[in-house]
Design a protein around this ligand. Structure first.
Ligand code: HAM
Length: 433
């Protein structure tokens, strides 16, 4: 029997370890995310992965599922309540306010982030307790053009990754005035059917009726599916805003780039901070968790969190889901092509010579690896093969005596003997071929 100290420790439920066979794909999508953000002049922001719990309660919304049921909240040793971030927007807004970046007249900030988020959810394919998002937030412009810029950036990101079967759905819950109207409408329509709603939605009917729209309970779904059959009742201003967003999307000719899209009166998202436009993108190969990204406008959030009234809009895109979808669709990501050179040796004197050679090559920007455990030459060649090395340099007693190195091209299997002093130029030539 193993003692408690010897028992294996497993990863927390809902988390995933990514090994080198997969991390290169993460690097590829993160590189594409950064390149796409650059094309639209969004710059990187990095904020802490935990914040004062209050931020999410006020920002995301006390009655949302995300805050109500899914946060990882703990007291630190000083007795302060902290929460692991369940999403990126609230922290970015907090940082923007705290830095004063939004204080100037006409302030305009466009930022992006890539990082982990934490939600206590029942894990399943595409749903984890720790997931990663690429997200952007644009502050200072309350115009439909800014919403559409974010949507186009998001779609360009997917297209550059090679993703197919992309569907964009767009809706609007309008401004404050519209939201009051919608809440009243839901209360009036569902009030008489109160007892048919889930317990939670009965509570929401009093506290925050709009949240009933994203309930997954079949009893609620049955009733909410009949609420907005064609369009959401919006104020005239919000309706004009939405129409402009839809017109701009029309002129962007998304279909020509393989993206299907439509207005969807039934689309809701699980955050209280949204005003006006909201959108979600889905794709194939993911099963029920098929949303790879979503976003929306949040014109009251900066003010709600204590800043100067400043409009904002952005999206978050789940990277785990994107990678699953790419795999399911059979799409190959571009692989970092930096070639590797393997150094092999017969005996300790040759090993020492290779240690010197390794330093010289690395100083010249060439990636090198070699066996450090005294393996046989055959085992060393096997390692080179497994590492998919582009070339192998071999030194033995004969090479040491003649001051030579055997250079093997592992693609063509051609082998040449090169004077030690000429290894670098010969190797560079081979690697460039
Ligand atoms: P969200 O829709 O909650 O939005 O998350 C964005 C994306 O993150 C989802 O579409 C999904 O791909 C991924 N995601 C969310 N939860 C999980 C999970 N448990 N496991 C795996 N992937 C997940 C937001 O977070 C907003 N902050 C987006 C935003 C930014 N709106 C305005 N600005």
């Amino acid at each position: 029997m193993s003692s408690p100290q010897q028992q294996k420790i497993s990863a927390p439920k809902g988390t995933v370890d990514f090994f080198p066979a997969e991390t290169w794909k993460w690097q590829a999508v993160e590189r594409i995310a950064r390149e796409t953000a650059r094309l639209y002049h969004f710059e990187e922001i990095r904020t802490p992965i935990f914040e004062h719990s209050e931020l999410f309660h006020r920002g995301v919304g006390e009655t949302t599922d995300i805050v109500h049921k899914e946060t990882y909240t703990f007291d630190d040793r000083g007795g302060r309540s902290l929460t692991l971030r369940p999403e990126g927007t609230a922290g970015v807004v907090r940082a923007m306010i705290e830095s004063g970046a939004l204080n100037d007249q006409g302030a305009r900030e466009k930022v992006y982030y890539i990082g982990p988020n934490f939600r206590y959810e029942r894990p399943q394919k595409g749903r984890y307790t720790q997931h990663h998002q690429f997200g952007v937030e644009a502050f200072g412009v309350a115009e439909p053009e800014q919403d559409v810029e974010c949507i186009l950036l998001q779609l360009d990101f997917y297209r550059r990754c090679g993703l197919k079967d992309i569907l964009l759905e767009v809706n609007s819950l309008g401004d404050r005035e519209s939201k009051v109207k919608i809440a009243e409408y839901i209360r009036e329509t569902l009030g008489p059917k109160r007892s048919s709603l889930s317990d939670e939605s009965q509570r929401r009917l009093d506290q925050n009726p709009i949240r009933i729209l994203d309930s997954k309970d079949p009893r609620d779904r049955e009733l909410t599916s009949k609420l907005f059959t064609s369009a959401v009742p919006l104020s005239a201003k919000s309706d004009a805003y939405l129409q402009r967003v839809l017109t701009l999307l029309g002129t962007a000719k998304l279909e020509e780039r393989g993206v299907k899209w439509h207005y969807s009166a039934k689309l809701v998202r699980g955050f209280d901070y949204y005003t006006e436009t909201l959108w979600e993108v889905t794709t194939s190969g993911l099963g029920s968790q098929n949303a790879i990204g979503g976003g929306g406008r949040y014109d009251n959030l900066v003010e709600m969190l204590g800043g100067k009234p400043t409009p904002g809009v952005g999206f978050g895109s789940g990277l785990e889901r994107l990678l699953i979808a790419l795999e399911a669709q059979g799409i190959e990501l571009p692989r970092d092509a930096t070639p590797l050179v393997w150094l092999a040796h017969h005996g300790p004197a040759a090993r020492d010579a290779n240690l010197v050679l390794a330093r010289e090559l690395r100083d010249n920007g060439i990636a090198v690896d070699m066996d450090l455990a005294g393996r046989s030459i055959k085992a060393q060649f096997k390692l080179a093969d497994r590492a998919a090395a582009r070339a192998c340099l071999v030194i033995g007693d004969a090479e040491l005596a003649a001051n030579n190195v055997v250079m093997k091209d592992l693609k063509s299997s051609e082998q040449t003997s090169v004077p030690r002093a000429d290894v670098l130029p010969h190797l560079k030539q081979l690697l460039a071929s």
